[in-house]
Design a protein around this ligand. Structure first.
Ligand SMILES: Cc1cc2nc3c(=O)[nH]c(=O)nc-3n(C[C@H](O)[C@H](O)[C@H](O)COP(=O)(O)OP(=O)(O)OC[C@H]3O[C@@H](n4cnc5c(N)ncnc54)[C@H](O)[C@@H]3O)c2cc1C
Length: 503
């Protein structure tokens, strides 16, 4: 096996897997390095994470919080990364998210690209990940240049009843875009069998459009793609001038190896990508590779999320519940504008609401919702490493006031609906220890200013000629939408740039 490739991609999740898939057709020699292995297909895939399968799909790692206390992060080091466990809710950010947004706790910064500039890659990601959705239901969404490739996943009867009711009350409910291989018009052709949930579980029948199945596996038979699993990248080394990454240091099955690439793409997830850059400090890059700005590891974000339970009068028989979304509180707005009905028109942007599957631990009448607020990039919310190269995550949540207001609006919405639904006091408050890092993002943000960003607009490190970062680290802000589709779309964008660059 050669040790020299045109492109070395580190990490096979939403960013790295999608980027490798984008590059593969170019015929360039690609090496995909993945720390984990393929996730086993077994009955446990569908068992509750609270049951006998507890922790089975959480990879072993130890991180530390700001006070130096160790914790086990809920990370998933598999081919496909966190998408093996994700809920496959594949929504776009709203156009406003690409601009500067004023929040209760400060500013969410503008991107170096507008929504309209980014939109074509959303379409490509939606086709690649087979997203089921419907444009035009939610007034906060941006323009679209193509319809979704498949119709949305239909609401089950109770969820449909809630949607109709909220529609009458002016809350503009919409179908959540989902990356699942469900064909309701032709059930025999459908891979998805509408089981309990996708969120938090691997899919036993391989019906979830994750980065493993959609992006990586189709590459394995290609002669120009080499994939190594159990291959943890520990360090990047540069030429004496510090301008090019010349060697990728790997620990594979416990053995040290080195690989070279004309281009190196880091996509190990927001915390691990920052960790690798910080570990790669050298004389030329004393604060960490590509870290002349001191921004590597900073601006860590995750979403503020609260799972809230409402109680109905009848048992909730819904199996596949994650189909209904409400963005009526997503944007701040002018209450005097007549088009702003119901929730529209408040001082702060509050976030999004989605239905969730009913957990077996809840009452049979329970209907579960997730309330998600935007987390702001704060320099002090950051990843650092200690002398033993262990990552430390300092994090304090932002916009808690907005989360409280969203909960209040949610209660008002329930009370205005004609359905007998009342909020239960059972609220799952987000975990503040740093262990809840499902939506980790922002540690190597892109931008035009070298002093405040790590990457340029093509996601190339400002200070290096051949190093790119293409996972959720690049995000300058996260909105109140899951980051997966935006990370996939960006990986396609960066991949296309690399195809052009490599000629
Ligand atoms: C339970 C759960 C539910 C979620 N649901 C949703 C959802 O419904 N919608 C949504 O938008 N988002 C969701 N997310 C978040 C989404 O999965 C992530 O935002 C997305 O996967 C991030 O992509 P990434 O490329 O940054 O990281 P990942 O997809 O995690 O990929 C990183 C990859 O790098 C590998 N790696 C790490 N370190 C190294 C190393 N040193 N060397 C080599 N490889 C390395 C990892 O093993 C992994 O494969 C969910 C996440 C979880 C955990």
């Amino acid at each position: 096996m050669t040790d020299h490739y045109d492109v070395v991609v580190i990490g096979s999740g939403a960013g790295g897997g999608t980027l490798a898939r984008t590059l593969a057709g170019s015929g360039k020699r690609i090496l995909l390095l993945e720390r984990g292995n393929f996730l086993p297909r077994e009955l446990c895939n569908w068992q509750s994470p609270q049951g006998p399968a507890a922790g089975r799909y959480t990879s072993r790692d130890t991180w530390y919080d700001a006070a130096g206390n160790s914790f086990e992060p809920r990370v998933h080091y598999f081919v496909g990364g966190a998408t093996k466990l994700y809920g496959a809710a594949l929504g776009r950010l709203r156009p406003a998210d690409f601009g500067e947004v004023v929040h209760m706790d400060g500013l969410s910064p503008a991107w170096p690209l507008s929504y309209d500039e980014f939109e074509p890659w959303y379409v490509k990601a939606e086709w690649l990940y087979q997203v089921r959705g419907l444009h035009g239901e939610d007034p906060t969404e941006g323009s679209w240049s193509e319809e979704y490739p498949w119709p949305p996943v239909a609401h089950e009867p109770l969820v449909q009843q809630i949607a109709d009711d909220l529609d009458r009350a002016g809350y503009y409910p919409f179908h959540v875009p989902r990356g699942i291989m469900l064909d309701e018009r032709n059930p025999p052709a459908s891979l998805c069998i509408r089981c309990v949930t996708c969120d938090g579980h691997p899919c036993l029948v391989h019906a979830k459009a994750d980065a493993d199945l959609i992006a990586v596996r189709p590459l394995l038979s290609r002669l120009n793609v080499t994939m190594l699993v159990n291959a943890e990248v520990t360090k990047l080394k540069t030429d004496p001038r510090g301008r090019r990454v010349t060697r990728v240091i790997v620990r594979r099955d416990g053995v040290r190896e080195e690989y070279r690439g004309d281009i190196v793409v880091l996509a190990a997830g927001a915390v691990n990508s920052a960790k690798i850059l910080l570990r790669s400090a050298s004389d030329r890059h004393p604060a960490g590779l590509a870290n002349g700005s001191g921004q590597v590891g900073r601006n860590f974000m995750r979403h503020g999320a609260a799972d809230v339970v409402a109680l109905g009068e009848k048992p909730n028989e819904t199996v596949f519940a994650q189909t209904l979304g409400i963005n009526a509180f997503y944007l701040a707005g002018d209450p005097r504008r007549p088009s702003h009905s119901a929730g529209y028109g408040r001082r702060w942007p509050l976030g999004s609401i989605q239905t969730l599957p009913r957990s077996a631990r809840l009452a049979r009448e329970a209907v579960a919702f997730r309330l998600m607020t935007e987390d702001l990039p704060r320099p002090a919310n950051r990843v650092t490493i200690d002398r033993r190269n262990h990552p430390h995550l300092a994090y304090a949540a932002t916009n808690r006031g907005e989360a409280a207001l969203l909960l209040h609006e949610f209660e008002t919405m329930l009370s205005r609906s004609s359905l007998p639904l009342t909020r239960d006091e059972t609220v799952t408050v987000p975990d503040e220890t740093g262990a809840g890092i499902a939506d980790q993002a922002g540690t190597c943000r892109f931008g035009t200013d070298r002093a405040t960003s790590v990457l340029d607009v093509h996601c190339k490190a400002h200070e290096l000629d051949n190093l790119y970062v293409a996972d959720a680290s690049f995000l300058p802000s996260v909105g109140a939408v899951g980051p997966a589709l935006t990370t996939m779309a960006n990986a396609i964008r960066v991949g296309e740039h690399l195809v052009r660059r490599l000629g």
